[in-house]
Ligand binder design. Sequence first.
Ligand code: PGA
Length: 264
Amino acid sequence: MRVIIEKNYEKMSEKAADFIASQVRRKPNSVLGLPTGGTPIGTYKELIRRYNEENLDFAHVTTFNLDEYYGLPASHPQSYYQYMKQNFFDHINISFNRVHIPNGMVRMDEVDAYCANYEELMKEAGGIDLQLLGIGGNGHIGFNEPGSSLGSRTRIKTLGQETRKDDSRFFENDIEKVPKAALTMGVATILDARTCLMLASGKGKAEAVKQAIEGPLTSQTTGSALQLHSHAIAIIDEDAASALERKDYYIYTEKMRAELEGDY
Ligand code: PGA
């Protein structure tokens, strides 16, 4: 895994936007996999700025969101549908018929077919070119909680107590108001993306980041599955990098990479 350490949240967000912007400029009909949460907000802001000021064009881009709370209608203020509209889609020229966000209101007896169809839609779109990811305090990617099969596909997943506690900040700090489950891409779904870009910021993520990047490959930290990916890049700030044992090595290799790119 390539590990890029940036000074702070702003720099991390800019770097992530660099990768996404260059993907979209290189291939205007790119398929992007998108996350929600606190971490990517700065990246979305920077992409909106580039849309407004630097002609970054999303007109032909297709998107698939990683997950959605189960039981929340799209109109609910805390649904990921609302999050995506407010933080990104309403501010760029994306076409809503190319936006895909799991529907959290699918009837329980239709969930399996719905999730299989979500996978089918990704395939039909040509597969995800670039999957942006956050990482949970418990090491999850998407809502693939500890213990999720590394071979999992899109499905319904019960949320762990730690995740519900983390997310209660969006639900008036009342854990009881946090949905009990989510529809989420599986670990194997995520690994199908051609590039995976994992972001992390802050000391609260340092241990999860260490486990995902340097720990053993284990379903207990689903972020560690990125070690299997041939083109996974972690963009993390110094606080999130603070527990890494090989931090100096990652800084060295990025420096060498820049020198090589300058030389050739
Ligand atoms: P956060 O969530 O960006 O809100 O920290 C990340 C995650 O749980 O995947």
